[in-house]
Design a protein around this ligand. Structure first.
Ligand code: PEP
Length: 246
């Protein structure tokens, strides 16, 4: 089976104001003029989704609640994201797991809520520095992948983002061999879970991806795109990563 089309997604986290609409317009111009050999997605803060939609770049959410609606002050549902035209939502980002105590069960419930609304769930997994140091990377990632994918998930509404926590926003990245080892384990888990269709699930790498290291990281076997934080905030920087798929 041929590799799935890569997905390069930007996670703006809690950055951006309504003035950021200019960056999306610039990114859309770059993609239109120079092309993109991958799917391109920006996940801005929820406050900006309406402003940034309809500008030629797919827009997704950074998180959703596990319920469809109800008394959950400050939260947003997958149905609300869908209503705004989103097709994707990130769930289980390590900052959510750490800041909000999200367990695999919570992440799984959020992914289920997303998929039930027709969204593709980008499920984040990855080990902390301490877990890497004590040699438990593959065990941690295995239990996160197994524990965070809903029973009813399909290969085509599931994306896995492998993001070593120690690589996020630090400028550090694993070696290409280390990325290959982890992605191979994730691919095997996906084949166990989805059968042959597991080949179609995109496995993104995330953690300090930038234009200067994207070519090496994106050429690692079983890497099907990137989840990008800091380098997604400026259109030119982000396009430099997208361009590795030309
Ligand atoms: C992220 O938070 O998903 C991320 C990968 O951040 P950065 O690219 O800044 O390391």
């Amino acid at each position: 089976m041929t590799a799935p089309k890569a997905l390069v997604a930007g996670n703006w986290k809690m950055n951006g104001l309504t003035s950021s609409v200019g960056e999306i317009e610039k990114l859309a111009r770059l993609v239109a003029e120079k092309g993109a050999g991958c799917d391109v997605l920006i996940c801005p803060p929820a406050t900006l989704i309406s402003n940034l939609s309809g500008k030629g770049i797919d827009i997704g959410g950074q998180d959703c609640h596990m319920a469809v609606s109800g008394a959950h002050t400050g939260d947003i549902s997958a149905a609300m994201l869908k209503d705004l035209g989103c097709n994707y939502v990130i769930v289980g980002h390590s900052e959510r797991r750490a800041d909000h105590g999200e367990t695999n069960d919570v992440v799984k419930a959020k992914a289920l809520a997303a998929q039930d609304q027709g969204l593709t769930a980008i499920i984040c997994v990855g080990e902390t520095d301490a877990e890497r140091e004590d040699g438990s990377t593959l065990d941690v990632v295995t239990s996160q992948v197994r524990g965070s994918i809903p029973e009813t998930a399909m290969a085509d509404n599931t994306v896995i983002a492998y993001e070593p926590v120690w690589a996020i926003g630090t400028g550090k990245t694993p070696t290409a061999d280390d990325v290959a080892d982890v992605h191979a384990v994730i691919r095997n888990l996906l084949m166990d879970r989805f059968g042959d269709a597991g080949e179609k699930v995109r496995i993104q790498y995330g953690g300090s991806v930038k234009a200067s290291n994207a070519a090496e990281l994106m050429s690692v076997p079983n890497v099907n795109g990137a989840l990008v934080g800091g380098a997604s905030l400026k259109a030119e920087d982000f396009y430099g990563i997208i361009a590795t798929y030309q």
